[in-house]
Design a protein around this ligand. Structure first.
Ligand SMILES: [Zn+2]
Length: 80
């Protein structure tokens, strides 16, 4: 389920973001990394909602670096 629009979507249309036990947060391109995962639809609407509502911070309950959002945006632009 996408953490921005709360809709279910096929895995192939979702981007996975993972928080490892160590606290490191990254985009999980393999979609198989260990840790707490969150999904986002691969579209700009969901990205904008996520950023505006600080969705990743809420989901992972910690600070999330700008570079994560930057990488997300990049990934979305590359896939559309
Ligand atoms: Zn979505």
């Amino acid at each position: 389920m996408c953490i921005a629009c709360r809709k279910r979507n096929l895995k192939e249309f979702l981007i996975r973001i993972v928080k490892e036990k160590s606290g490191r947060i990254f985009l999980d391109y393999s979609k198989k990394a260990q840790g707490r995962g969150a999904y986002l639809c691969c579209n700009e609407n969901c990205y904008d909602v996520l950023k505006k509502k600080k969705g990743l911070e809420k989901n992972f309950k910690c600070k999330v670096g700008e570079e994560i959002y930057f990488n997300l945006k990049d990934e979305i632009l590359n896939n559309n």
